[in-house]
Unconditional design. Structure first.
Length: 201
């Protein structure tokens, strides 16, 4: 088994401490300027107070640092697709989401979930949205596998021959090869997600 020995100079450097704690440069700099010292010993954080800062201010500084770490954690949180339920209704046309293979959904910055019975309904919903929270995640259903995929990773087929619930005429595939086969079968056009949004289908 390979063993690596860090030089004392690097092990005590700001770069090493920042990487060890997984802190972004700005967050590390803010913490250091507040009077904190980071150490890799037993993976503990030890607080030091400078001559200019009294010990009485340490609890306030600790709270501030934990708040920064909490914000960092929120920024890196991941959004996951939510399973469809029999009672689900489209957020745009208000029809029941009855045919799973055409469904789509999105989640905004406030964690609100919007489900759609047709990819076209999702794009129309976005077109008509006013000043509301930013969208953090988009998901569409694979036409053949009937499983959720990230909208940006999917390949789409748009064709007037496709009978989707609200006549959006768009279906999605995880596999680009299958999307090409469907485009040939339905005499349609291949699209990426940005194309779907731009055309407003």
């Amino acid at each position: 088994m390979l063993r690596f020995r860090l030089s004392p100079a690097f092990a005590g450097s700001d770069v090493f401490m920042m990487l060890s704690w997984g802190l972004r440069p700005r967050l590390y700099a803010d913490a250091c300027s507040a009077g904190y010292a980071f150490t890799s010993e037993e993976n503990k954080m030890r607080v030091r107070t400078s001559h200019k800062h009294s010990v009485a201010r340490a609890p306030f500084k600790l709270t501030a640092l934990f708040s920064l770490v909490l914000v960092l954690g929120c920024e890196t949180s991941k959004f996951e697709p939510v399973a469809l339920a029999p009672e689900d209704m489209c957020a745009y046309c208000k029809m029941a989401v009855s045919e799973k293979r055409y469904a789509a959904e999105l989640i905004d910055a406030e964690g609100q979930l919007f489900k759609f019975d047709d990819i076209g309904c999702m794009t129309n919903f976005l077109k008509n949205r006013k000043s509301t929270p930013a969208i953090k995640a988009y998901f569409v259903m694979d036409f053949e596998e009937r499983t959720w995929i990230k909208a940006a990773d999917a390949s789409y087929v748009h064709s007037p021959e496709l009978s989707t619930p609200m006549n959006g005429g768009i279906i999605a595939f995880r596999d680009q090869t299958k999307a090409k086969e469907a485009a040939d079968r339905y005499h349609g056009k291949l699209l990426r997600f940005e194309d779907v949004l731009a055309t407003g289908h």
